[in-house]
Design a protein around this ligand. Structure first.
Ligand code: COA
Length: 258
């Protein structure tokens, strides 16, 4: 049904597995189209009561947007890419059905942003989180600058954004980025057991919990617009060309500030 996602529906729980393990489940155009389609299905399919989102394999949840698609994008195309990404991730965040991210490895860049768009996160011990876009001459563009501040505060966010450093699962737990850390083997079982509790409650009330908690940030929507513009601006720079080429050529970038 989807070319880049494996889905299975069991007892009302839809498990979505992003499935590009050879590219660490990076979000290319096809994955984004599939995530868009599955988020629509989540809204309309009455058999789906809750969703668990994870990545295929044991190494990565999602290692980011697909950098190979960034190379030739202009400022305007970068802005359009971010707008579409933000719109799709808002569909997960605003889902009236609960969505749990089961983070089974690297959650970097767009992967960390996707996990943050879910209602909460459970991590396996080997999970690693980060927003390394600065290594590419970029910034997060799928809501990461906003949701990271919401979840872990401004100081920790700016350290992560500006260093591009990764944090491990225990640090993510300490920061409040994830709710639980379990072994990789226990990850889906843990997510399912929490989801089972949620699904035993009144679905209408669950939807209202989500809507009310999301409404805390309704007055902060401008930040997402600022992020879009800034993401687009980065796409107009030589440093972005250098950063993305360097990643694909497996070398260190040399940034010049233009
Ligand atoms: N986009 C495109 N391809 C990606 C990718 C991404 N975000 N992340 C990983 N890949 C690809 C690699 O290019 C490699 O492909 P290849 O085998 O054809 O060369 C494959 O996935 C495996 O990754 P590799 O880098 O060899 O694994 P590693 O264990 O050495 O390193 C990471 C793992 C996650 C540290 C490293 O892949 C990485 O830094 N990825 C990019 C993270 C990032 O910057 N994300 C933000 C993007 S906006």
């Amino acid at each position: 049904m989807y070319s880049t996602l494996i889905t299975s529906l069991d007892a009302g729980i839809l498990t979505i597995t992003v499935n590009r393990p050879d590219k660490l489940n990076a979000l290319n155009k096809e994955v984004m189209a599939d995530l868009d389609a599955v988020s629509s299905d989540m809204a309309t399919n009455e058999e789906i009561k809750g969703v668990i989102l994870t990545g295929s394999g044991t190494k990565a949840f999602v290692a980011g947007a697909d950098i190979s698609e960034f190379i030739d994008l202009t400022r305007g195309e970068g802005l359009d890419l971010a707008r579409r990404g933000q719109e799709i991730f808002f569909k997960f965040e605003n889902s009236s059905k609960p969505v749990i991210a089961a983070v089974n490895g690297f959650a970097l860049g767009g992967g960390c942003e996707l996990a943050m768009a879910c209602h909460f996160r459970i991590a396996s011990e080997n999970a690693k989180f980060g927003q390394p876009e600065v290594n590419l001459g970029l910034i997060p563009g799928y809501g990461g600058t906003q949701r990271l501040v919401q979840l872990i505060g401004k100081g920790r966010t700016l350290e992560l954004l500006m260093t591009g450093n990764m944090i491990d699962a225990q640090t993510a737990l300490q920061y409040g980025l994830v709710n639980h850390v379990v072994t990789l083997e226990e990850l889906i079982t843990k997510a399912r057991s929490i989801m089972d509790v949620i699904l035993s409650k009144a679905p209408f009330a669950i939807g209202k919990c989500i809507a009310a908690a999301n409404a805390v940030y309704d007055n902060e929507k401008m930040g997402y617009e600022v992020e879009l513009e800034a993401f687009g601006d980065c796409f107009g720079t030589e440093d972005k060309k250098e950063g993305t080429s360097a990643f694909l050529e497996k070398r260190k970038p040399v940034f010049k500030g233009n």
